[in-house]
Design a protein around this ligand. Structure first.
Ligand SMILES: [Zn+2]
Length: 471
């Protein structure tokens, strides 16, 4: 399986037939992950504002028309059991133009499979957030955010309604679902690579979460008290106010005094995973041949806290495949960002370079560059190999592993931007590690044609190597 993520704008800019031919010829692509529902530029729209355009497509910003939403046509009958109406979330970017039927016809003619990518956002745009206000998360201080709470019944039904609509209205091959939202513990301590310390991300403390907590035997008021103390510790750390016993000890003391902190964090993840289970069950009930997969975010590879909350074997029960992000070039900048972030809070007493070496040991990272050099150097192709093998070992054959390959992901100008050779090495590493597929990421409108060609060459060469080794 050689997949590529792309958005409707690439088809309108470059033409359906022309683009499919190019993807097949250059990239050996046999599967398209069509960004169907997204408000996030990570998988939708042209190149991110402020970054250099690749060498194809219309090299002009889409800021004047990019909005996001459902790029397919929502059908009202599928949203009768939820107050969140599909039509309200239709993307206005291209008027009523829905290219999915044309793409499906053209793709099938070429033997290319088509999956719909669906992404739940951190922040819905203002007009949508105001429509979704009733279903929004509530932060630790009682303020409503712009993301949808996992425990609202209408939200849960919305996601199953959306995938029912897509799988019933179009002859697609399946769904790839994205949700990179994290729970309150990791967000409070800044155990992220790019979110930083945004207090509005310490969620969710809405009434539905309170109800679920009570059901699970978690004291809601003690939970809030514990999180407020944790937030105070982090705020003090960022101002260099060291507790007499040190940051890490104080953090551990809070976890011991308030077991509600971790229990409530897990409740958040359970809500997120419940939606995955419901999407999987819904799609399978419609047609058991349709394939359902989940995007496993980058945090999972370099954040030991996050890793501990994700059990591959358990995830494998909910999916036909997992897309495991192993973006190695952008990974250098992101991993360094994670170390600096976590090194400014609970590991503030540890020199950053030593913290990173320690973390490398915990995660089996091998000999990656030093912290200062890491953004520019990126993580190695060997990292892609090891992350792929770890995922394969974790799922124990219960679902397929498709490795997510970094294809010119926008990064800081001083960080590692994937060269064609980098892409070749990363793609080859994933295939030789035994991945059942690769997904060229994040979206075609970011990728250079030389990188697409290198990915295709790597897949073809690796297939030849395997054939030779069997002879
Ligand atoms: Zn909630």
């Amino acid at each position: 399986m050689v997949g590529i993520q792309l958005h409707q704008v690439s088809f309108t800019d470059e033409g359906v037939d022309k683009l499919l031919d190019l993807l097949q010829e250059k990239g050996a692509v046999n599967t398209i992950f069509f960004s169907t529902f997204s408000y996030d530029r990570g998988i939708a729209g042209r190149q991110m504002p402020g970054h250099t355009f690749p060498d194809h497509g219309i090299r002009e910003s889409d800021e004047s028309f990019f909005h996001g939403g459902n790029y397919a046509t929502p059908h009202a009958q599928f949203y009768q059991k939820t107050a969140i109406k599909g039509e309200k979330l239709r993307a206005p970017d291209f008027g009523k133009l829905d290219l999915l039927p044309e793409v499906l016809t053209a793709a099938k003619k070429r033997g290319i499979k088509v999956f719909c990518s669906v992404l739940d956002s951190f922040d819905y745009p203002d007009d949508i957030a105001s429509y979704l206000n009733e279903y929004a998360e509530v932060d630790l201080w009682g303020k409503k955010g712009k993301a949808m709470c996992f425990y609202k019944p209408d939200v849960r039904v919305f996601w199953t309604s959306l995938v029912t609509d897509l799988c019933s209205s179009y002859d697609i091959d399946g769904i790839l679902f994205f949700n990179e939202r994290n729970g309150p513990l990791t967000n409070t301590i800044g155990a992220n690579f790019d979110v930083g310390f945004d207090p509005s991300r310490i969620t969710c403390f809405c009434d539905d979460h309170k109800r679920e907590a009570t059901k699970a035997g978690i004291d809601f008021e003690r939970t809030k008290e514990g999180y407020r103390k944790l937030d105070q510790l982090v705020t003090a750390a960022l101002k260099d106010k060291r507790p007499s016993d040190g940051y890490y000890v104080e953090f551990t003391r809070l976890l011991l005094a308030y077991p509600e902190i971790t229990a409530y964090h897990q409740l958040f993840d359970r809500g997120k995973h419940q939606i995955l289970e419901e999407i999987y069950a819904t799609v399978k009930s419609l047609n058991k041949n349709l394939q359902v997969g989940f995007h496993i975010e980058h945090e999972n590879s370099f954040n030991p806290f996050f890793r501990a909350t994700r059990d591959y074997e358990d995830l494998a029960k909910k999916a036909d495949f997992l897309k495991v992000v192993a973006y190695n070039n952008a990974g250098g900048e992101r991993y360094a960002g994670f170390i600096r972030s976590i090194g400014s809070t609970l590991f503030r007493d540890v020199p950053l370079e030593e913290l990173m070496r320690f973390n490398n040991h915990l995660l089996n990272y091998g000999a990656e560059p030093r912290l200062e050099a890491l953004p520019k150097a990126g993580l190695s192709p060997d990292y892609v190999y090891r992350e792929t093998q770890r995922a394969l070992a974790g799922v124990k054959g219960k679902c397929k592993i498709y490795t997510g390959i970094d294809m010119n992901i926008p990064i800081d100008k001083n960080s590692r931007f994937a060269s064609a050779d980098d892409t070749y090495a990363a793609t080859r590493a994933a295939v030789l590690a035994g991945a059942e597929g690769v997904i060229l990421s994040r979206k075609y409108s970011e990728m250079m044609l030389a990188n697409l060609e290198a990915a295709g060459r790597a897949v073809r060469d690796a297939a030849d190597t395997k054939v030779r080794s069997l002879q």
